[in-house]
Design a protein around this ligand. Structure first.
Ligand code: NOJ
Length: 750
């Protein structure tokens, strides 16, 4: 529709119809098969308004979307098509590895390809907007939503968010193409830093830290052209984001120039009352509107109070019109006025689902995201039965043990539209492999009541099945028996899916249930032991590290997880991932991140003197650092060189090192450049990842790997909160992970 026509449409709307555009209701209120009055009554939205709401969430599937849209258009007076939004976080029907795993790929272009594929599936499924990507930086593994973040590094997160927005929105700008879906960057801002790692808890930090570490990823999404931004639940400097004018108006809209739609997180306007910054929902509606929030997700605040606020003069008609205009413009860019059923096509949905290219992409992603933490004696890769030399000669028997050996739910909490039936487990992948001799059993459950406070209630409600004592004993005995008779054990352990995701905060990060005990027993019975670890966050792995010969962290690897794991175990592909979050030695170290400030008393890790910044019962260092991961090749790094000592503004300094594949297999090495700003007007981190290069090296090959350092890469928020570099001494290091110490010196000159 031409802009002029759209203006005419806006002008023709009644107040109720306008306000309707700013309201999002859950799908069950719009169900074409009958409305669920319960939810509707709770929100208190009147009939006329309900017939004209602007959007809904998590109604997906071509047939369903068509039915709801048809019914909606029949009943609505304004006849403006409904916008369908959904949480399509890491894949729609085809599920990819979780974002924390995707962060381990160190390959933004992979995320772009995955999101473009997701957009194709989602478009066919009738979805217009996805609530993804999440740009929240994470440093505290107790927070369950670490699984939805790409990790602890601001620069990497920014690159990933940009890639996701570009992937989702590919083709969106082409008029009439009906391609791509609108991307909503969330949760603005700093939702990933709740105190104590407890979800929805207070976030409080300096503006410097906010700008330096937490905002860059959201900003990258805005600069990549995301159509939507979601406010977060938390406070930012004492004011909940949803009512935070400074954040939404001054930073997001004015400083960054965001012109798209701003939506709240679920019920966040009403929570302004619970937070205690609004006395009632009316005041909450006013605060949110003043902050520039366009869409109220699932409360009655806008529905029930905007009209009165405008009539009383507390808000203006212009404010209302501006918000409605942004929503209408999005609908227009999506082409909904021409085709309200945009792309919803059941046949295409079926065709795309489980198509070979998506499945291949899912396997590729799982291998690129899996992190090989240990490989003692080069146990992996196993050789397939029948191969001449190798660890699994013909007739060797594998014991596949553990609650994740055959677990279709191993997708993580936010794969809410993913097809669980289509997930290939390790057991299934083994079973379809000719000549693979294995037996399997679970051995134990993932969880016991002491690991999850609500477990007994869930069991009582029939939402969880807990094993009987008899089944426990049987499984345990069988696991030990098959371990006893095996040549090699593959033990698939992990964190239960319900322990992570939204509301999934934990204070203990050890393996839940009887899993560690099971591992100890299996260890006593086999000579070679591989642990395949499923998790949605960093776990405490000290004992697992010691017990396992090989330790492969696959996170929640997605639809093709089982096949990808089999391929990695047998060397058909290699685990390429490098940690996107530090793995702690102990939960007591949290928050833990590699790019911490230098303290006045840095500890060398050795000296017996307590008056340093250290723990007296635990090292400062993580068990495995950010950026770490092994592969089936090995690599040696030469010293870091610089081609000059002086960097001038506008110029570059080349930093390089020779990297050799010292192994007997070809492989991809993730070469990392870390920089340190030695003295600044404010304290600078001990190192920062400045750039990454994934380099393919043939066995025995040496390559000179170069990075160009520019002045822009050295900028930060100085004492006056201005973003710029400061002349002086810098140090660089090229290495395989964040444990390298920058020592090659150069100077930035004015
Ligand atoms: C709450 C979550 O915080 C957010 O990430 C999600 O997109 C919304 N609910 C909608 O489901």
């Amino acid at each position: 529709m031409k802009e002029e026509k759209l203006r005419e449409l806006l002008d023709s709307l009644s107040m109720t119809e306008k306000i309707g555009q700013l309201i999002q209701v859950p799908g069950n209120m719009l169900n074409a098969d009958g409305q669920e009055l319960g939810v509707r009554d709770e929100l208190g939205i009147g009939d006329e308004l309900l017939r004209n709401v602007g959007s809904t969430l998590n109604v997906v599937g071509a047939d369903q979307v068509r039915r709801v849209q048809e019914e909606y258009l029949r009943r609505s007076s304004a006849k403006i098509p409904l916008l369908f939004m959904a949480d399509i976080i890491y894949g729609f029907r085809t599920v990819w590895p979780i974002p924390l795993a995707l962060g381990c790929s160190f390959e933004p272009s992979l995320l772009r390809r995955l999101c473009a594929a997701t957009a194709q599936e989602s478009t066919a499924g009738g979805v217009h907007v996805t609530f993804s990507p999440m740009g929240d930086l994470v440093r505290d593994a107790r927070w369950g939503r670490c699984l939805e973040s790409t990790g602890e590094d601001p620069n990497r997160n920014a690159a990933y968010v940009k890639a996701c927005v570009e992937g989702f929105q590919e083709g969106l700008a082409e008029e009439g193409a009906g391609k791509g879906i609108a991307s909503c960057v969330k949760h603005f801002a700093a939702y990933g830093a709740p105190e104590g790692g407890r979800d929805y808890n207070t976030v409080d930090m300096s503006e410097r830290r906010l700008r330096q570490d937490y905002l860059p990823a959201y900003r990258a999404g805005v600069e990549a052209g995301c159509e939507m931004v979601m406010t977060s639940f938390n406070t930012v400097d004492g004011v909940p984001a949803t009512g935070n004018r400074w954040l939404m108006q001054d930073v997001l809209r004015k400083e960054w120039g965001f012109t798209g739609v701003l939506i709240t997180d679920y019920a966040a306007i009403a929570e302004l009352v619970t937070h205690g910054v609004a006395k009632d929902q009316k005041e909450a509606a006013r605060l949110a509107m003043e902050a520039g929030v366009d869409i109220d997700m699932c409360t009655g605040c806008y529905a029930n109070h905007l009209e009165a606020l405008i009539r009383e003069g507390a808000l203006t008609q212009e404010q209302l019109d501006a918000a409605v205009w942004r929503v209408l413009s999005l609908k227009n860019r999506l082409g909904l006025f021409e085709d309200p059923f945009r792309g919803a096509d059941a046949a295409a949905e079926n065709r795309l689902y489980q198509n070979e290219s998506f499945l291949a992409l899912a396997r590729e992603a799982a291998a690129k995201c899996s992190v090989l933490l240990e490989n003692k004696g080069e146990l992996l890769p196993l050789r397939e039965a029948g191969e001449a030399e190798g660890t699994q000669a013909k007739g060797e028997r594998i014991a596949l043990i553990g609650p994740f050996a055959d677990r279709k739910e191993a997708l993580g909490m936010w794969a809410i539209h993913g097809d669980r039936k289509g997930v290939v487990t390790i057991r299934e992948a083994f079973a379809e492999t000719p000549g693979l001799d294995f037996c399997w059993t679970e051995g134990c459950e993932t969880l016991l009541p002491e690991d999850y406070t609500d477990l007994p209630v869930l069991a009582e409600r029939g939402e969880r099945v807990c094993w009987s004592e008899e089944k426990r004993k049987e499984e345990w005995a069988r696991a030990l028996e098959i371990a006893e008779n095996a040549d090699v054990a593959v033990v698939a352990l992990g964190e239960d899916e319900i322990q992570g995701g939204e509301g999934g905060s934990r204070t203990k990060l050890t393996l839940p249930g009887d899993q560690l005990r099971l591992l100890r027993e299996v260890r006593k019975r086999v000579s070679r032991l591989i642990v395949v670890l499923f998790a949605g966050r960093p776990l405490e792995l000290r004992e697992v590290k010691e017990l396992a010969d090989a330790l492969l962290l696959v996170w929640y690897p997605g639809t093709e997880g089982g096949r990808a794991i089999r391929d990695m175990l047998f060397g058909k592909s290699e685990p390429e991932g490098r940690l996107s979050m530090s793995l702690p030695e102990s939960v007591g170290q949290l928050p833990l991140y590699y790019n911490a400030f230098s303290t006045g008393r840095p500890y060398d890790g050795k000296t017996a003197n307590r008056f340093f910044s250290r723990y007296t019962d635990c090292p400062n260092a993580p068990l495995y650092p950010f950026g770490y991961g092994l592969s089936y090749h090995s690599a040696a790094y030469g010293p870091t060189h610089l081609d000059g000592r002086i960097l001038k503004r506008g110029g570059t300094v080349t930093v390089w090192a020779e990297v050799t594949n010292t192994g007997s297999r070809d492989g991809v090495e993730t070469v990392q450049l870390y920089l340190r700003d030695v003295t600044g007007s404010v304290v600078r981190p001990v190192k920062e990842l400045a750039d990454v290069r994934k380099v393919f090296l043939k066995a025995g090959e040496t390559r000179r790997v170069e990075f160009a350092v520019t002045e822009e890469m050295l900028r930060f928020y100085g004492r006056d909160l201005q973003y710029r570099s400061e002349p002086g001494l810098f140090r660089a290091a090229i290495g395989a992970d964040s444990s390298v110490v920058p020592d090659a010196e150069f100077e930035l000159e004015d």
